[in-house]
Design a protein around this ligand. Structure first.
Ligand code: NAI
Ligand code: MG
Length: 529
C-alpha cells in the first residue's frame, strides 16, 4: 500500500470501524516490501508506528482488523520488528465467512471447473513471476535460508499448477441400481472451508490446502500463523490481480486463540484444514465438532530413519542429514530419529557426526545450512530438550556452530546429534521441532519395527537397506502415512498423499487424495421407468 493509504492502527485512532482501502497492485506491494527490507533500520520491538501495516483481505478488499489492533512482525534473524499485521477478531472472521459464502453462492460458485483451474494456473504463473521477491519476504519473516524460501515458493507454484490442472479432472461416478433409475454420485465442494496455517512452511501449506480447496470449488477463509503471514497476504493479492472473484479467498491474520479459535468454531464454516501442534489440533477438532463439520489434522511427527548395516552409507548420508536440518528441523516430516543396526552403529554415527560438526546456523540472507528458529519460544523449546539430554548424561556426538556474526537478538540454536539415546527418553519420544537428531541402536528387524513405531506419532518413515525384500517387509510394517525406501521426502512430493496415523493426525493432503478431501458426495437418483 502507498503511505497515503496506510492506516495508523497502533492506537485507538481506527478502532471504531475497519477502514477499506483500494487494492494496490501486487507488483507495487512486493516492490515496496523489498525497499522496506533494504531501508529497515532495525527498530526496537514495541515501536510499531512507523512500519508498513498489512491489512486483512476480505471480500476482495483490504481491511484493517475490526478492533483496529495490530501485531508486530518480527524477523527471527535479528529479533527486530519490521512490519505489522492486523490482529483479527471474531468479527473479522465472521465478515470473512460471510464474504466466502457470498462468493460460493455467487461469482465464484458460478465458475466452471475449467475456469477455476485456469485461474489457479494464472496464479501459479504470477507466483513464479514474483518468486524472488516472495522468497526474500518469506525468508525474512520466517528466518529460512533464502534458498529454502525459494524452494517453498517454487513448491507453491507447483501446487497451484497441480491443483489447477486437476480441477476439471475430478469427477464422480454412476452406480448400477434399479433398471428404472439412473444413479449419479456427484463430487461437490463442502462450501466454505477454513484453513489454519502454521509458520514453518507458510506458502507450501497454503498451496496444498487452499490450492486444493479452490480447485474443488470451495470458497476459503485463511488464518495464517501470527509469525508468518506476509507471504500469504502477498499471494492473496496476486490472486485478486489475476482475476479470482472477490471472496473466493479471504485472509484474516491474527492470534490463534482469537482469530484461529473463531474460525475453528464458526457455524458458517463447512470444513477445516489444520496443520500445527497436536494440542491445538485437539482444540480445533472439538470446536469443529460443535458444528458437526469435518477436519483434516496434520500434527507433526517423530519420524524414524531405519538404517540396516547393508545400507548404502554414501547415498543415505546427505538425505538423512537434510531430513533433520531442513528449515532448522521445524518440519512436521523431519526425520528426527536415526535407528541403526548395532553392527553399523559406530560407522554411521561417526559419518553423520562429521557432517553435523560442519553445519552452520546463521542469518537467513547468508543462506547457510540453517537459519534461526521462528521465535524465542521455539528456541527455548529446543534448548530445553537439549538441556534435558545433557542432565540425563546423553552423549552429544557432534554439534554445528552458530556463526560469529549472527545477530545476538536472533533465535539461533546449534544443530546437534545425540548418541545412544534411550528409546524412552523424551528427546526420542517427543517432537522437538528443531535441528536435533537422536541415534539409537536396534538388533534385528523386529526390534527396528518396534522402535520405529514406538512413539505416539506416525507421519513418515525411512528404511535404508540393499536387501530389497527386507526393505519392503519393514516398510509395510511402518505405522506412518508415508514410507520411503532408500530415500526420504522425495523433494516435497506434491503429487504424493501425505498425512498421519495416531498423534500425527488424520485426513490426507497433497495429490488427488488431498483434492478429494475438499469435496463430499451427493447421490442423485433419477427415475425414468
Ligand atoms: P500451533 O499449533 O499453536 O499453531 C499453528 C496454527 O494454529 C497457527 O496459525 C496458530 O495461530 C493457530 N492456533 C493456535 N491456537 C489456536 C486455537 N486455539 N484455535 C485455532 N487456531 C489456533 O503451534 P505453535 O504454538 O506455533 O508451535 C508449537 C509446536 O507445534 C511446535 O513446536 C511444533 O512442535 C508444533 N508445530 C507443528 C507443525 C507442523 O507442521 N505439524 C507446525 C507448527 C507447529
Ligand atoms: Mg515472522
Amino acid at each position: 500500500m502507498s503511505t497515503a493509504t496506510l492506516q495508523k492502527t497502533n492506537g485507538k485512532s481506527s478502532a471504531a470501524r475497519p477502514k477499506q482501502g483500494k487494492l494496490p497492485s501486487a507488483k507495487a506491494k512486493i516492490a515496496k516490501a523489498k525497499d522496506e527490507r533494504i531501508d529497515a533500520k532495525s527498530p526496537s520491538p514495541g515501536r510499531t508506528d512507523s512500519f508498513p501495516i498489512e491489512q486483512n483481505i476480505i471480500g476482495g478488499r483490504m481491511v484493517a482488523s475490526a478492533s483496529g489492533e495490530t501485531l508486530p512482525v518480527i524477523a527471527p534473524g535479528d529479533g527486530n520488528v519490521f512490519a505489522e499485521i492486523a490482529s483479527g477478531t471474531a468479527e473479522d472472521i465472521s465478515r470473512a465467512v460471510t464474504a466466502a459464502r457470498r462468493a460460493f453462492e455467487g461469482g465464484w460458485g458460478r465458475l466452471t471447473a475449467i475456469e477455476r483451474g485456469r485461474l489457479l494456473l494464472k496464479l501459479s504463473q504470477a507466483v513464479l513471476d514474483y518468486a524472488s521477491d516472495l522468497a526474500a519476504l518469506e525468508s525474512r519473516d520466517t528466518g529460512k535460508p533464502i534458498s529454502q524460501g525459494k524452494a517453498d515458493v517454487t513448491a507453491l507454484a507447483r501446487y497451484l499448477e497441480y491443483y489447477g490442472s486437476a480441477a476439471d479432472k475430478l469427477h464422480g461416478e454412476t452406480i448400477p441400481f434399479l433398471n428404472t433409475h439412473l444413479v449419479s454420485i456427484l463430487r461437490v465442494p463442502h462450501g466454505v472451508t477454513g484453513h489454519i496455517i502454521p509458520w514453518n512452511y507458510p506458502v507450501q501449506i497454503f498451496g496444498r490446502s487452499v490450492g486444493a480447496a479452490l480447485a474443488a470449488g470451495n470458497a476459503c477463509v485463511v488464518k495464517p500463523a501470527e509469525d508468518a503471514s506476509l507471504s500469504i497476504l502477498k499471494v492473496a493479492r496476486l490472486a485478486l490481480e489475476v482475476g479470482f472473484p472477490e471472496g473466493a479467498m479471504n485472509i484474516v491474520t491474527g492470534l490463534g486463540r482469537t482469530a484461529g479459535a473463531s474460525l475453528a468454531g464458526h457455524p458458517g464454516v463447512d470444513f477445516i484444514s489444520f496443520t500445527g501442534s497436536p494440542q491445538t489440533g485437539t482444540f480445533i477438532q472439538s470446536a469443529a465438532a460443535q458444528n458437526h463439520v469435518g477436519v483434516t489434522l496434520e500434527l507433526g511427527g517423530k519420524s524414524a530413519q531405519v538404517v540396516f548395516a547393508d545400507a548404502d552409507l554414501e547415498s543415505l548420508m546427505p538425505v538423512v542429514v537434510n531430513a533433520i536440518i531442513q528449515n532448522g528441523g521445524q518440519t512436521c516430516s523431519a526425520g528426527s530419529r536415526l535407528l541403526i543396526e548395532r553392527s553399523a552403529y559406530e560407522r554411521v554415527v561417526e559419518a553423520v557426526g562429521k557432517r553435523f560438526a560442519a553445519l552452520r546456523a546463521g542469518p537467513p540472507e547468508r543462506d547457510l545450512e540453517l537459519g534461526p528458529m521462528i521465535n524465542a519460544a521455539q528456541k527455548r523449546r529446543v534448548e530445553t530438550y537439549l538441556a534435558a539430554a545433557s542432565e540425563d548424561h546423553l552423549e552429544t556426538v557432534a554439534s554445528g556452530t552458530i556463526v560469529k556474526d549472527a545477530p545476538k537478538g536472533g533465535y539461533y540454536v546449534p544443530p546437534t546429534l545425540i548418541g545412544q539415546a534411550p528409546a524412552t527418553h523424551k528427546i526420542v519420544q517427543e517432537e522437538v521441532f528443531g535441528p536435533v537428531l537422536t541415534a539409537t541402536t536396534f538388533d534385528d528387524e523386529a526390534d527396528a519395527i518396534r522402535l520405529a513405531n514406538g512413539t505416539p506419532y506416525g507421519l513418515v518413515a525411512g528404511v535404508w537397506s540393499r536387501d530389497a525384500k527386507r526393505s519392503l517387509r519393514v516398510a509395510r510394517k511402518m505405522r506412518a502415512g508415508q514410507v520411503f525406501v532408500n530415500s526420504y521426502g522425495a523433494g516435497g512430493g506434491i503429487e504424493l498423499p501425505f498425512g498421519g496415523f495416531g498423534r500425527s493426525g488424520h485426513g490426507r493432503e497433497k495429490g488427488f487424495e488431498g483434492l478429494r478431501e475438499f469435496t463430499t458426495t451427493q447421490t442423485l437418483v433419477m427415475a425414468h421407468g
